[in-house]
Design a protein around this ligand. Structure first.
Ligand SMILES: Cc1cc2nc3c(=O)[nH]c(=O)nc-3n(C[C@H](O)[C@H](O)[C@H](O)COP(=O)(O)OP(=O)(O)OC[C@H]3O[C@@H](n4cnc5c(N)ncnc54)[C@H](O)[C@@H]3O)c2cc1C
Length: 300
């Protein structure tokens, strides 16, 4: 269960406790504050705090005294200009703090993004919950035959049943032993910091993750991408939905230039020019490697 009834009550209490402020607030973000958005079978993301809005980006870019806003249209144009020209520091003026509950193997990929502040639930101090990520049958995919780093069709039949059974049984058995080892009933009880080494990588952990908007966009560009593993991509997708409501103009520019756009090498650009001039360009005449050509063709 992503959120227990007690936690739901706590969140409702937090949301009922409103306070006036002089700081910039965003109605869409206020609606998200504290609320858990479920991801995978037991995970979630929830916004704990945020700073800044679209205007804050323009305000910083113009280093202005007031809100820095000209008109909404003007601001959107400036934000698109900043994004287009990789002028990143104004985006760093906005920050977001998320509470994330995620499987440990997803956390290992996530933590590679070093430009964030993290505080993780302590499994030395606390006891981890009996919660494991078990993929839905349609996500239980076979190894891809074309991409070593990917997956293919969903497993089926007896193999799917057996894999699912292994995942569930192994998780349950490991957790039973974990509980037994830390128990202090009629025994000393192994230290929690040691007992946890027996737990599988699909157990859930939690952390607070604070990041500025520039580095968040970098994270989202890599992890909301089709090349990212499904289990981290669904978190990135959930964060995208929140960011849309927080900084709609900045997100719009990010979606257009980064998620929807593509970067072309000098050779690729040359091919586009030659194609526009009516030349039939092939991989052999492109100057690109087979891999580059395949990716180039995929763009269109
Ligand atoms: C599809 C995919 C597959 C991957 N496969 C693998 C894999 O097989 N093995 C593996 O180990 N990793 C893998 N990664 C992780 C990847 O290599 C990066 O570590 C991860 O995406 C974090 O990116 P980053 O370093 O740009 O992000 P951040 O750590 O957030 O850094 C953001 C930017 O800040 C700068 N920066 C941050 N720290 C430093 C520093 N110490 N020195 C210089 N510049 C710095 C860099 O410009 C960097 O791009 C994969 C990632 C993806 C998206």
């Amino acid at each position: 269960m992503p959120i227990s009834p007690d936690q739901a009550t706590e969140i409702a209490e937090l949301r009922a406790n409103t306070q006036p402020t002089l700081r910039a607030t965003v109605p869409g973000m206020e609606a998200h504050l504290y609320t858990a958005h479920e991801v995978l079978d037991h995970g979630f993301i929830r916004v704990i705090d945020y700073m800044g809005d679209d205007s804050a980006i323009c305000q910083a870019a113009r280093v202005s005294y007031g809100r820095g806003t000209k008109s909404v249209q003007n601001d959107e144009g400036l934000i698109r200009y900043l994004m287009r020209h990789w002028h990143s520091t104004p985006f760093e003026m906005c920050e977001i703090k998320l509470h994330v509950k995620l499987p440990v193997f997803v956390a290992r990929q996530w933590i590679r993004h070093r430009t964030a502040n993290v505080n993780e639930y302590s499994a030395r101090y606390s006891i981890l919950d009996r919660e494991f990520y078990i993929p839905a049958p349609e996500d239980l995919a076979a190894q891809s035959v074309v991409n070593n780093q990917g997956r293919g069709e969903a497993l089926s039949g007896e193999e799917a049943d057996r894999v699912l059974r292994y995942l569930k049984d192994d998780s349950t058995r490991a957790y039973d032993h974990y509980e037994e080892m830390i128990s202090q009933d009629d025994q000393q009880g192994l230290a929690r910091e040691l007992a946890r080494m027996n737990l599988p990588a699909n157990i859930y952990t939690q952390w607070y993750w604070k990041v500025d908007l520039h580095n968040l966009f970098h994270f989202l560009r890599l992890r909301a991408d089709s090349h990212a593993q499904y289990e981290i991509r669904v978190y990135a997708d959930a964060i995208c939905e929140v960011v849309k409501d927080w900084v709609p103009a900045a997100y719009g520019a990010f979606e257009d230039y980064r998620l929807g756009g593509a970067q072309l090498s000098g050779k690729a650009l040359d091919c586009v020019r030659r194609m526009l001039a009516g030349e039939k360009v092939t991989q052999e005449t492109s100057g690109m490697s087979k891999g580059e050509w395949r990716e180039f063709e995929h763009l269109f």
